[in-house]
Design a protein around this ligand. Structure first.
Ligand code: FEO
Length: 170
């Protein structure tokens, strides 16, 4: 049985992962409307991963005797200045999600909830991948992608790791 404090912070994470899904979906839609089909594919795949993250929390809370709450989500932005600024937002958002996961890890240690602590290890590793992936895209943009958006857009899907591709195909 989950302690109330752990249940509440896991429900907070349901909202944050769900917002991540909406945010990347909004970014994908913006990219698609701006002729960036490759960038849109990357973001749609990323959004699918976030949906999966949200579901993992929902199912875990329920399986451990808690009650998962499906919240209303804040409306994500609909416009972005340019591709680089958008990916800076992706990295900033992933940094935020990493701190959020770390807060849950810290709470579970304090509460001696080792089952939830164990459940969270997948997310700890996942956040390393997600930050790395956003950073790799920003590096590519700085290395010339900005001045050749056609090529950047054509190649961006090759920056996804096989593990990420397997996840979003689930
Ligand atoms: Fe589910 Fe991108 O963090």
């Amino acid at each position: 049985m989950l302690k109330k404090k752990v249940e509440d912070i896991c429900n907070r994470q349901v909202e944050r992962e769900g917002y991540s899904f909406n945010l990347y979906l909004a970014m994908a839609s913006w990219a698609e409307n701006n002729g960036l089909a490759g960038v849109a594919d990357w973001l749609y795949a990323q959004a699918e991963e976030e949906k999966l993250h949200m579901l993992k929390f929902v199912r875990y809370i329920n399986e451990r005797g808690g009650k998962a709450i499906i919240p209303a989500f804040k409306k994500p932005p609909t416009d972005f200045k340019n591709v680089e600024e958008m990916f800076k937002e992706v990295l900033k958002h992933e940094n935020f999600v990493t701190s959020s996961i770390n807060e849950i890890v810290a709470l579970t240690l304090g509460e001696k909830d080792f089952n939830t602590h164990n459940f969270l290890q997948w997310f700890v590793l996942e956040q390393v991948e997600e930050e790395k992936s956003a950073q790799a895209i920003l590096d590519k943009l700085r290395l010339g992608g900005k001045s050749n958006l056609y090529q950047f857009d054509r190649d961006i899907m090759s920056l996804r790791t096989p593990a990420a591709n397997a996840q979003s195909a689930q």
